[in-house]
Design a protein around this ligand. Structure first.
Ligand SMILES: Cc1cc2nc3c(=O)[nH]c(=O)nc-3n(C[C@H](O)[C@H](O)[C@H](O)COP(=O)(O)OP(=O)(O)OC[C@H]3O[C@@H](n4cnc5c(N)ncnc54)[C@H](O)[C@@H]3O)c2cc1C
Length: 415
């Protein structure tokens, strides 16, 4: 594994210095370059913003120093990612935007040294972009990954991949894809991840899927793999371990979405606070009217609880990745819903401007709403959370935890 620094190498003062540098960079260089509502980001803007981020010393904070990053350990990502997320363009500028950030993490954890040189190094430097191909058209993989239909079959010392992906964020203009495919070995099938250059013969970017969000470069198109031949060393990690690696990627990846989007929710809340302080209605400032205060207070509560669950999950991911990945489901559900509520309340508090193009709030809403669907739809997460809770309690009972009086009564025992 290619590690970042240890937490001890990052004193509180040093983290705060990076936070403040990111904050200043976002306000001075990024927010003034934000796009008009509905516009898409292009490669020219990406290159400019990333060059500015390098100059400002805030580029690739989460990447190991060996690959040109700042080496920030995961426990401190939220502080910096929230500052970056204050603008929808900030994470792209810092090269900590999805899907590249999640792919960098997985390459650092799983790829061979040769694969890291070929794929992680240029990705971390911003010299290329990537996409992640898991979701497929019906009846293929979506919420249920076991429906995976893309296949990879052995061909001499390599593989041939066939299938169709959709919602492959960033695919237009990406240099490579990490593709999940079913492989059959010794009669049993399992999922395997492959590193596939986007210019390999048989790779074709298909129709764009126009979703409501815009802060993604390269869209969310379909990608076709028409009998694509890749060499044996295109396998990422081990054959048959794809679903396990997906969890390696998804635990931190869904948490970093919480971090970035919480930064954007803070911006929406600041806009609402500023307006509520500036406008008088019925002889009083909006922020002195009780019902409006209730909206503002609820947003503060959503911000603080989201911040707390992110910090707890990041700390756990650093020490116990299995438990951290489990908690990241809880964080994802809580934050994705809290963030939508914060942006929605902020739109409400500024009145008609909230849903107009005079303010960016409606476009912020369009950025954060899809997060309740991707990285595991919230219903899938709740299902998984409940199953884990039931299993954990069953283990406690099996380990001799005494049945509670209420349960004994219900079972017909002595009261
Ligand atoms: C903006 C965006 C970006 C994306 N980027 C990527 C990407 O880069 N790579 C990639 O591979 N995929 C990506 N996706 C796809 C995303 O991961 C899927 O949309 C998601 O997994 C849901 O799959 P689906 O759309 O096929 O919905 P379905 O699987 O058809 O699910 C539909 C609905 O069923 C309900 N449901 C699901 N599970 C349960 C359950 N256990 N109990 C009850 N109800 C349930 C939920 O309400 C869910 O929304 C992206 C999606 C979006 C919107």
């Amino acid at each position: 594994m290619t590690t970042t620094d240890t937490p001890a190498q990052w004193t509180a003062a040093r983290v705060d210095e990076l936070r403040l540098a990111t904050r200043a960079f976002i306000r001075e260089e990024v927010i003034p370059r934000e796009l008009a509502p509905g516009a898409y980001i292009d490669e020219e803007l990406r290159a400019l913003l990333q060059a500015k981020a390098r100059e400002a010393g805030v580029f690739a904070p989460q990447v190991a120093r060996a690959f040109g990053g700042l080496g920030l350990p995961i426990e401190h990502w939220s502080t910096v990612f929230q500052e970056a997320g204050y603008s929808p363009l900030g994470p792209l500028a810092l090269n900590c935007m999805a899907p590249d950030e999640g792919n960098m993490h997985m390459l650092a954890e799983i790829a061979t040294p040769q694969q890291q040189e070929a794929y992680l190094r240029p990705l971390a430097a911003g010299d290329t972009r990537s996409c992640f191909g898991m979701s497929e058209p019906h009846p293929g993989a979506g919420s249920d990954p076991s429906a995976l239909r893309t296949t990879a079959v052995r061909d001499g010392d390599g593989w041939r991949i066939s299938g169709e992906k959709r919602f492959s964020s960033g695919a237009i203009g990406a240099g490579f894809a990490i593709v999940m495919a079913m492989t059959v070995e010794a009669g049993s099938s399992a999922a395997t991840m492959f590193l596939v250059p986007m210019d390999a013969p048989g790779v074709r970017v298909g129709d764009a899927l126009h979703t409501m969000d815009r802060a993604i470069i390269g869209g969310h198109p379909h990608v076709h793999f028409d009998d694509v031949r890749v060499p044996g060393d295109a396998v990422l990690g081990a054959v048959g371990q794809g679903f396990r690696y997906a969890q390696v990627r998804l635990g931190p990846a869904r948490l970093t979405h919480c971090m970035r989007w919480l930064g954007l929710a803070r911006r929406a809340h600041d806009i609402a606070l500023d307006r509520a302080a500036a406008r008088e209605l019925f002889g009083s400032r909006i922020d002195a009217l009780g019902i409006a205060q209730g909206l503002l207070a609820d947003s503060v509560i959503d911000i603080e609880t989201s911040d707390a669950i992110i910090a707890r999950t990041a700390a756990l991911l650093a020490t116990d990745s299995r438990a951290g990945t489990a908690l990241s489901s809880v964080a994802k559900v809580h934050c994705s819903e809290a963030i939508v509520r914060i942006v929605d309340r902020s739109m409400q508090l500024v009145g008609g401007d909230g849903v107009s193009e005079h303010l960016p709030l409606a476009s912020f809403f369009a950025e954060v709403r899809p997060f309740r669907i991707y990285d595991g739809a919230n219903e899938t997460q709740r299902w998984a959370i409940a199953r884990r809770a039931a299993k954990a309690r069953a283990r406690e009972r099996e380990a001799g935890e005494p049945a509670r009086d209420e349960l004994r009564r219900w079972e017909g025992g002595d009261a």
